[in-house]
Design a protein around this ligand. Structure first.
Ligand SMILES: NC(=O)c1ccc[n+]([C@@H]2O[C@H](COP(=O)([O-])OP(=O)(O)OC[C@H]3O[C@@H](n4cnc5c(N)ncnc54)[C@H](O)[C@@H]3O)[C@@H](O)[C@H]2O)c1
Length: 322
C-alpha cells in the first residue's frame, strides 16, 4: 500500500509526507522542484524526507502525461493520492499566467486521468484554495457559498480543479476530496508568503510593504493543524464514489498588523512598515467556516498565532543561522 504525494518537496507536501511516514506509511513523493522560489529549500526538505527507508522520490511534472502514466503503471499498489503539486501564489499569476494553467489545470487533469489507471485507488485528496471565494463579502466563507468571481487567475485555476474533479467523480466513479487551504504558515514555510517575508524583513531591518494600507485580515493556519486536517480527510474517503469540498483554516480572521506585532515581540525588534495601496488580486479578508469540516472529518485546528508564530520564528532563525 503506497500513498502518492505530489508537491512533496513543497511546504505542505513535505509536512504531509513526514506525518505519513511517522505513522508507518510507504510514501512515493513526486515534485518537479520548480524554481518559483529557491529550489535549495525544496532540496533541503527532500533530504529530511530521505532519512528513513519508506520514502521514494520521483522528479517529474504532474502535467507530463507520459511520465504520470508510466508512474501509475510501475506502481499499481498506489491506494491513495494526496495531490498538492501546483504553481501557487496569487500575485505571480499576473506575471506568468502560463505556469498556472500548465501546473494547475493541465497538471490536475493529468492527475485525474492517472487516478483512473490506478485500480487499487481508494481516495484522492487534492489542494484547492480559499482564493476561490474571491471578492465574497460574507465572512466566514462556507463551502456552500457562491464562488463564481475569482479575483486572480490562480483562484480561477483552483476553481477549475474543483469543477474537473466534480465531473470526473461522476463520470468514472472516483472518490475525490478537495481542501480549500487558508494562508498556511510555519516551519519549512514558503518564502513568497507574507509570514516569511515579514519575518525575514524584521530580522534584516528592512522595510515591510503592507498592502491595502494595513487593512487586511487573514485566516492564518498553522502547518501542523493543516497536516492533521489533510490526514483526517484522507482517512475518511466518501462512502460512495463522489466529490466533496472542505475548508481547512484556523477559522479566526487575524489583523495583519497584529500578526506583525507578534513577530516583532518574538524577534525583539520593531518592524519598519510601509503602508501601500491594495494590490490587484488581493482579498481584503479571509476566514474559514469549518463547521462542516469539524462535523464530517472530526478535525479542529488547535494552534493560535500566539503559539504558532514563536515556533515559526525559532525554525526560521535556526534554518538561516541568524
Ligand atoms: N500554503 C498556503 O497557504 C496555500 C493556500 C492555499 C492553497 N495552497 C495549495 O496547497 C498546495 C501546496 O502548497 P504549498 O504552500 O506547499 O506550495 P509549494 O510551492 O511549497 O509546494 C508546491 C510544490 O509543487 C511543485 N510543483 C509545481 N509545479 C509542479 C508540476 N507541474 N509538477 C510537479 N510538481 C510541481 C513545486 O516544485 C513545489 O514543491 C498547492 O496546491 C497550493 O496551491 C496552499
Amino acid at each position: 500500500m503506497t500513498i502518492l504525494v505530489t508537491g512533496a518537496a513543497g511546504f505542505i507536501g513535505y509536512h504531509v509526507c513526514q506525518a505519513l511516514l511517522a505513522r508507518g506509511e510507504i510514501v512515493l513523493g513526486l515534485d518537479s522542484v520548480t524554481s518559483y522560489y529557491d529550489p535549495s529549500l525544496k532540496r533541503a526538505r527532500l533530504k529530511e524526507l530521505h532519512n528513513g527507508n519508506r520514502f521514494r522520490f520521483v522528479e517529474a511534472s504532474v502535467a507530463d502525461r507520459a511520465a504520470m502514466h508510466t508512474l501509475a503503471d510501475e506502481h499499481p499498489g498506489i491506494t491513495g493520492v494526496i495531490h498538492l503539486a501546483a504553481q501557487p501564489g496569487v500575485r505571480h499569476s499576473l506575471v506568468d499566467p502560463w505556469a498556472y494553467v500548465e501546473a494547475n489545470v493541465m497538471g490536475h487533469l493529468v492527475m485525474l486521468e492517472t487516478a483512473r489507471r490506478l485500480e487499487q485507488l481508494r481516495h484522492l485528496v487534492y489542494a484547492s484554495s480559499s482564493s476561490v471565494y474571491g471578492g465574497n463579502q460574507k465572512v466566514p466563507f462556507a463551502v456552500s457559498d457562491p464562488v463564481e468571481r475569482p479575483l486572480s487567475l490562480y483562484a480561477a485555476t483552483k476553481r477549475a480543479d474543483e469543477l474537473m474533479s466534480e465531473a470526473y467523480a461522476g463520470l468514472y466513479g472516483l472518490r475525490l476530496s478537495g481542501l480549500r487551504f487558508f494562508t498556511v504558515y510555519g516551519p519549512w514555510g514558503r518564502p513568497d508568503m507574507a509570514p516569511w517575508i515579514f519575518c525575514r524583513s524584521i530580522l534584516a531591518g528592512e522595510t515591510i510593504p503592507v498592502y491595502n494600507r494595513g487593512l487586511l485580515k487573514r485566516d492564518f493556519s498553522y502547518i501542523d493543524d493543516i497536516t492533521q486536517g489533510v490526514l483526517a480527510c484522507y482517512d475518511r474517503p466518501p462512502a460512495q464514489p463522489g466529490h466533496r469540498l472542505y475548508n481547512l483554516g484556523a477559522s479566526h480572521s487575524e489583523d495583519i498588523l497584529h500578526f506583525i506585532a507578534l513577530l516583532e515581540e518574538e524577534i525583539g525588534r520593531k518592524a519598519q512598515i510601509e503602508l501601500r495601496p491594495a494590490q490587484p488580486g488581493d482579498m481584503a479578508e479571509t476566514c474559514a467556516d469549518i463547521a462542516a469540516t469539524t462535523r464530517e472529518l472530526g478535525w479542529t485546528p488547535a494552534t493560535s498565532i500566539e503559539a504558532g508564530i514563536p515556533r515559526f520564528v525559532r525554525w526560521f532563525r535556526r534554518y538561516h543561522r541568524c
